[in-house]
Structure formats: structure tokens, C-alpha cells
Design a protein around this ligand. Sequence first.
Ligand code: COA
Length: 417
Amino acid sequence: MPKKAEASESRPVMVKVSKETHDKLVSLAKWGDTMDQVIHRLTMQAKGLEDIVAGQSSICFIDGQEGRLLYRGYDIEDLAAKSTYEETAFLLWHGHLPTSAELHAFSADMGARRGVPKEVMSILRSLPKNVDAMDALRVSIAALGVYDDPMLTPVDKAVSISAKIGTVVAAIHRHKHDQPIVTPKEGLGYASNLLRMVTGREPSPEDEKLMDVLLILHADHELNASTFTARVIASTLSDVYSAVTGAVGALKGPLHGGANEKVIEMTIEIGNPENAESYVDAMLAKHQKITGFGHRVYKTMDPRARILKEMAAGFVRTDKEKKVFEILDRTEQMMKEWRNLYPNVDLYSGLALNHVGIPSYLFTPVFAVGRAPGWLAHILEQYGDNRIIRPRAEYIGPPRTAYVPIEKRTPLSVAKP
Ligand SMILES: CC(C)(COP(=O)(O)OP(=O)(O)OC[C@H]1O[C@@H](n2cnc3c(N)ncnc32)[C@H](O)[C@@H]1OP(=O)(O)O)[C@@H](O)C(=O)NCCC(=O)NCCS
């Protein structure tokens, strides 16, 4: 029997890299380099873990060159056109599209779990009216972990959290504006219920469809920052609520959620389509980024932006909406022509969310409602084949240093960070 160390020494090490990482390795390798030197150079370049493959997943595929996005093999274009929030959540968690009996049972289960425990509602009501909506959401999801049924299986918890997160977000909005909280209505689909609970009125079929599409488009996006956060937390075998609470915290950051709100602010600043060119010109001259453009993975138009733009062209009705659409369209043309930069999902999503009655400050919480099925699919996948996620850092601090007793310390004898 070979000893364990000998066995691992003789086994070839398989390292899988993405095409982007492969191309980068080739571009970084110099003739005569050792593998260690190439990997060192790659690490130096991979700030933000760019192009690093951090694990395997069968949930979501992104082709950044072709602008393609698949959930469990299904094209986002098809899902947006033909699916619903419930069906997409089922697909993400179970890996296949449901039969009509499965979808019926799943939707009924989710519908039955939309009510939020009264203790969580009373915590929410105790928050200040001017609380940041994402802070309120984070507190509420953490509280759900305390008050949800402790006997639920992880899959039941996934259904419960996804069902309740929409109710919580709507309640955050109603509480902020001193409006009576609208409870979920039986028999309504998820998207329709969400809009009803936020606005207080039943949406038109067109608005319901648009809301459904918005939720589907945001449902998953591989190892984005919040999903990665959720997987890291799940990998410690912590509970589902903690993982989702962490994901909400990550999504709150303006580099992740929130860009669509900024797009709306940008259109207000631009004011008129005729000003779009000078705005883009001035921003680029100042080396400032224009929100709604560029993406870490997509090197062409984000397919979600393509879908939303097509829908927006059909739904814009009021003069204000038409003006915003035209501003965005012109900005898009300039960015493509001048910088070869393409729209990401956030360029047109704010316009769509406003259209269905979601106020701008609620965009990121609604993004969380859409993303919850994706977070939960990844959490379940992580539990299913777990190893704690624990990477290494390259140490760049001071070398081993003798401890200086306090009476002998002078400002200069203490190493500065
Ligand atoms: C999405 C984003 C964070 C990706 O960041 P990243 O992968 O680190 O890409 P970088 O910031 O390194 O950008 C690469 C180059 O494109 C330029 N660029 C990228 N996005 C840009 C934008 N929105 N406006 C102007 N220039 C942009 C950068 O200035 C950089 O140019 P340089 O190489 O000449 O310095 C970035 O594109 C961005 O900040 N976009 C605006 C915010 C936004 O829309 N966020 C929502 C994302 S879904």
C-alpha cells in the first residue's frame, strides 16, 4: 500500500481553467517560466478574482463573448418569453422544467408560504421610517431565520424564503410611507402579488408579464458577488437564512445592486436626448464610468439588456418614458461607437421597474426578490457537494519580527501597516 503522500505525488493534478483564464495564462507566460512564476503573475493580475474559476456548478452558464445566458441549459430569451417566476425557481432548484402537476403543487406550496410571521412584521414596523430599504431587508431575513418553522428541510426553507421575501419587500415600502400593509392574495401569481402588495392595486396583465420577466432575468447569474457570498456561508454548513442574509448584505453594495437606480438619476441629469452626446463626451473625458455599461463577463450586449430594451420599446407610453428611452438609446449608440462598450442589465431595468410602479429606492430590494431563487439554488448545490470554501492569500506584510515589550516601544519601533 503506498503511503498517502506518495499516492498524491504520483497522481496528475487536473486544473480546469476558463477560456478567459487560458488566454490570460498564454499572454502572461514568458519563455522559460516555471508554472509557479506564471501562476504568481496570474494571481497578481487577478484582482477581484477576475476570470478565476472558483468551483463547479450546473445552475447557470454565461457566454460573455456571445452574450448568452442559460439557466440549467435553457436560454434566458426562451424563459423570459415563455416562463414565469415560479417555473424558473422550480427549474433552478430541481434542474428540470416542471410538469403541469409539479408546477401546480409548487406554486400552491409557495403561495401558502407567502405570509410572514407576525414577530418579523413587528420587528420591521419597529424600524425607523427612513431606514435604508436593504438594511430593513437584511434585518427581516435574519429575523425570519429565528421565527420560521424550525422543522423545515433546506428545500422547504428555500421555498419559504423565496415566498416571503416579496411580502417583506412590499411591507418595507408600505411601512416607509405609512400605508397599510397589503397581505398576499391567494390565487395570484408571484409577480402579480408582488406588484399588488407594493402598489396596493392589481396590476394589468402587461405589467404582470413585465414584472415576471424582470424577476426571471435577475434570478441567477453564476458566481456574482452575492451568490458567492451565499456559497461561502453555506460551505461552513451554516444555515440557509444566514447565507441569504449575507447575500443581501453583498447585494447592497453599489458595485453590485443599485446601478439601475443610478441610471435613472443619470437620465434626469442628461435631461434631453439632444444632451446625451455631450454628457457621454464629458464623462469619458473625465475618465468617469457611465452606469449601465460594461460588465466583468459580457464583452457584448448583455442578453438581459437586449430583452429589456425590446420590451421597453413596446411599453413606453408617456412622454417622460419616451424621453428616458431615447436618452438611453442615444447613450448606447455613443458608448458603442466611441468605446465599444455595451449595455448591461441595469441600463433598461430601471425604466421597466418604474413603469410597473416600483419606486427607484426599491430597485435593489426587488433585485433581491428576483435573485433569491438563484441564491437558494446555489446554497442547495453547495450543501449537496460541500467542502468549506477557504482560499489562500499571498502574504505581502512584514517578515517575522521580534516582539517589542511595551516599555521599549517608540513610534518608530512599531511597524506601520
Ligand atoms: C460593471 C463593471 C463594474 C465591470 O468592471 P470591471 O470588469 O472591473 O471592468 P473595468 O472597470 O476594469 O473596465 C475595463 C475598461 O472599460 C472601461 N469601462 C468599463 N465600464 C465602463 C463604463 N461604464 N463607462 C466608461 N468606461 C467603462 C474602464 O474605464 C476600463 O478602461 P481602461 O482599460 O481604459 O481603464 C464596470 O463596467 C462598471 O463600473 N460599470 C458601470 C456600473 C454598472 O453599470 N454596474 C452594473 C453592473 S451589472
